[in-house]
Write a protein that binds this ligand. Structure first.
Ligand SMILES: CC(=O)SCCNC(=O)CCNC(=O)[C@H](O)C(C)(C)COP(=O)(O)OP(=O)(O)OC[C@H]1O[C@@H](n2cnc3c(N)ncnc32)[C@H](O)[C@@H]1OP(=O)(O)O
Ligand SMILES: O=CC(=O)O
Ligand SMILES: [Mg+2]
Length: 727
């Protein structure tokens, strides 16, 4: 049971209260009494509006369900569109405008680069992510399938020089393409030196050459005749050639290169949303405390790795000498956003005078801004935002009225924390159908503070299924990526963003690479997001950020965006193409395969969420490929199963049999974990198994198909069970 502290008209969980008064408020420049008074007022004034917006979502969904039920088997696009206009699902489009966001850091406004996402409740990972601004290309290639493990080239338990040679060859070929020397290859260089402000490369045959494009040479470390690092830049992204002939790798290299370090995650999203499991004040404080530590530059994590105790801190900035002999400092860490939760959930961390939970999104907005205020007033040895802005990503908003509400909330938070208007910048996740269709209006509502739009295609797919649940059986999950609506949605996002003037002012981002172990495939495929007009795209790990950075060197995203901007198109007609299967006579095997796959993903993820409070996991699919699963992927799988159930493609008994069988598979996969509690031993008693079943069998009635209400309820139940077992 939680203890609550009464503050004004609020009851604040004592854990949260203590954190705010003893850690977040001190040195923040915000007066404590004033803070509580204003926070209280803000919650009371904005909660009813928040509730109304949620009621509107429910009403709209019911209207859509009814429409489909009344038009079953007959789908006339024009009458469908008319209906969507009538219920204001399709909003009347406003006048043209251009966003006017000011004080945006270059990493967002100007610089294209990978965007890393990390669960903010994990200090070890969060620090790793903040430090992922620069990453080792050699490690990323050596440690992943980017270099296939053919016979003789395995990673092995100790350094495999044959694999190492492939890594070096790959990296030097990349250098030759992006940082070409005049009629020579980097692999033939025996000495790099700085001569009269230029980079000289001396070849095996004694010839001296330089870069084709001397402007790419930006600096060095060490002495001009024996540099220990050479700093290059292309498309605004840096790359460092590290030279250390005493290093085990450098020793084998003719010029002593020990590594090639790539500027990687230019920005990172510290996620308080879909990759975390934060259901009460205890969990929320963990998230906020990590964010505070990041903003104050003091976060550290100590852990065991490879038999050693490691302590991880934030990386310092990076110092070089320019070709002209001046000192320069580069930002050593990724620029941090904080993803708040959306408008849906309430939290037991704060109750109002009626004992009702308050909206979690409002609490997140206030408290993440409060912790970021420490960065603005430079309470840290490291800067996050050089421009003194706070970057908040707001997910899962439906339509422009909800964006306007988030904008009002941010105004109110600025007043509460005595921040200049529009200090708090907003990233809008374009991940709900009503936002996609009305994106222009959505951007307009935040036009003075918007810094990104991002196609969260995973949530968006879940919403696609739920929105049209009654329209018919959906195509198979793996076919969604090739569907018409999704292609149009991705194109539309870029087009609308460019039309609204995001070029040079804000990010146009694309979604997550959800196969963290498939780096070769990522290298082959993820460049397509840049060709489609994105200037950032999501990666699940620092290694993926380093490898994805390669794409930004090959593709000129500014030129691509300019081309697209010259040919703005309206894609809404295709966005409205509902992905119901034209022919739903799948074979028994196909149906079972679809169910097995979804059930395995759901159970593998949910069991760790509910039993261990882990919000993002790598879960093997039925082909044994480890997939990143978070709440958005869970939304897709659970809604897909719910749709096939609702549309009578499968019967409840078959679904339950599948869930039980797959629970055994998941138990087996986790057999090596001593803390794991098997589900199959007692299906009825396993809270995790029950949660997974609820997500499917009650999927139809979940608000917009979201998974949070069931996950939170079941996790709280599990926490309670653990507490009672301890007593
Ligand atoms: C739809 C959406 O909303 S997508 C956004 C939400 N998704 C995410 O945020 C994905 C974030 N990624 C992750 O959480 C993880 O990469 C997972 C869960 C997918 C895989 O995690 P694991 O199985 O632990 O990964 P794995 O064992 O391969 O690697 C662990 C190492 O990589 C690091 N790592 C992995 N992911 C990240 C990350 N996102 N940020 C920083 N470091 C990371 C860890 O710090 C660890 O290194 P360390 O031992 O030096 O600390
Ligand atoms: O948040 C990202 C998504 O794809 O959903
Ligand atoms: Mg999402």
């Amino acid at each position: 049971m939680s203890d609550y502290v009464k503050v004004g008209n609020l009851e604040v969980d004592s854990k949260l209260y203590e954190f705010i008064v003893s850690e977040a408020l001190p040195e923040s420049g915000v007066d404590q009494d004033q803070f509580w008074e204003d926070f209280d007022t803000l919650i009371h004034e904005l909660t009813p509006i928040n509730k109304d917006l949620l009621a509107k979502r429910d009403k709209i969904q019911k209207q859509i369900d009814t429409w489909h039920n009344e038009h079953s088997g007959f789908y006339d696009k024009d009458s469908y569109k008319e209906f969507l206009k009538e219920i204001n699902y399709l909003e009347p489009e406003g006048e043209d405008f251009t966003i006017t966001t000011k004080d945006v850091d270059d990493e967002i406004a100007v610089q294209a680069g990978p965007q890393l996402v990390v669960p903010a409740d994990n200090a070890r990972y969060a620090l790793n992510a903040a430090n992922a601004r620069y990453g080792s290309l050699y490690d990323a290639l050596y440690g992943t399938d980017a270099i296939p493990e053919e016979e003789g080239f395995e990673k092995g338990n100790s350094y495999n020089p044959k694999r190492g040679e492939k890594v070096v060859a790959y990296a030097k070929a990349f250098l030759d393409e992006i940082f070409a020397l005049e009629q020579a290859s980097h692999k033939d260089v025996v000495t790099y030196a700085i001569e009269a402000g230029t980079l000289a490369a001396i070849l095996q045959n004694g010839e001296k050459v330089t870069l084709k494009n001397q402007a790419q040479f930006k600096g060095y470390q060490g002495s001009p005749s024996e540099p220990s690092a050479i700093l290059l830049q292309n498309h605004g992204l840096h790359l460092e050639i590290e030279i250390n002939p005493n290093h085990p790798v450098g020793k084998r290299d003719p010029v002593g290169i020990s590594d090639i370090v790539m500027e990687s995650a230019t920005t990172t999203i510290m996620d308080c949303e879909d990759s975390v499991a934060a259901v009460d004040a205890e969990d929320k404080v963990l998230v906020y405390r990590n964010l505070l530590g990041l903003m104050k530059g003091r976060l550290k994590a100590t852990f065991q790795k490879s038999g050693r105790t490691v302590t991880r801190n934030l990386n310092p900035d990076r110092k070089y000498i320019t070709p002209e002999g001046e000192d320069i400092t580069l930002h050593g860490r990724s620029l941090m956003f904080m993803r708040n939760v959306g408008h849906l959930m309430t939290t037991p961390s704060i109750l109002d005078e009626k004992g009702e939970e308050v909206p979690e999104g409002i609490m997140d907005g206030v408290l993440t801004s409060l912790v970021a205020r420490h960065d603005l007033i430079r309470n840290s040895r490291y800067e996050n935002s050089a421009k003194k802005s706070i970057y908040i990503v707001k997910p899962k908003m439906h339509g422009s009225e909800e964006v306007a509400f988030a904008n009002d909330l941010f105004n109110r938070i600025e007043d509460l924390l005595k921040l200049n208007r529009n200090t708090i910048k907003m990233g809008i996740m374009d991940e709900e159908r009503r936002t996609t269709l009305n994106l222009k209006n959505c951007i307009e509502k935040a036009k003075e503070r918007i810094v990104f739009i991002n196609t969260g295609f995973l949530d968006r797919t879940g919403d696609e299924i739920h929105s049209s649940m009654a329209a018919g059986p959906m195509i198979r999950k793996k076919e969604m990526k090739g569907s018409k609506w999704l292609d149009a949605y991705e194109k539309s996002n870029v087009s609308v963003g460019l039309e609204a003037g995001l070029f040079g002012r804000a990010q146009i981002g694309k979604g997550m690479w959800a196969m963290p172990e498939m780096m070769k495939a990522m290298l082959e495929e993820k460049g397509s997001q840049l060709k489609a007009g994105a200037n950032t795209a999501w990666v699940p790990s620092p290694t993926a950020a380093t490898l994805h950075a390669i794409h930004y060197h090959y593709y000129n995203v500014k030129a691509t965006q300019q081309q697209i901007a010259a040919n703005i198109q309206d894609y809404r007609e295709d966005i409205l193409e509902i992905p119901v299967a034209e022919n739903s006579d799948w074979s028994e095997e196909e149906i079972q395969e679809e169910l097995d796959n979804n059930a395995q993903g759901i159970l593998g993820y949910v069991v760790r969420w509910v039993n261990h409070g882990v919000g993002c996991s790598k879960v093997p699919d039925i082909h044994n490929i480890g997939l990143m699963e978070d709440r958005a992927t869970l939304r897709i799988s659970s809604q897909h199963m719910a749709n096939w159930l609702h549309q009578n493609i499968v019967a409840g008994e078959q679904v339950l049999e599948t869930m039980k069988r797959m629970a055994k598979v998941v138990d087996q996969q986790n057999a090596g974990d001593p803390d794991y509690q098997p589900m199959a031993e007692n299906y009825d008693q396993s809270i995790a198994f029950q949660a997974a079943c609820d997500l499917v069998f009650k999927g139809l009635s979940q608000p917009n198909g979201y998974t949070e209400p069931i996950l939170h309820k079941r996790r709280l139940e599990r926490k309670q069970q653990l507490l009672l077992n301890k007593v």
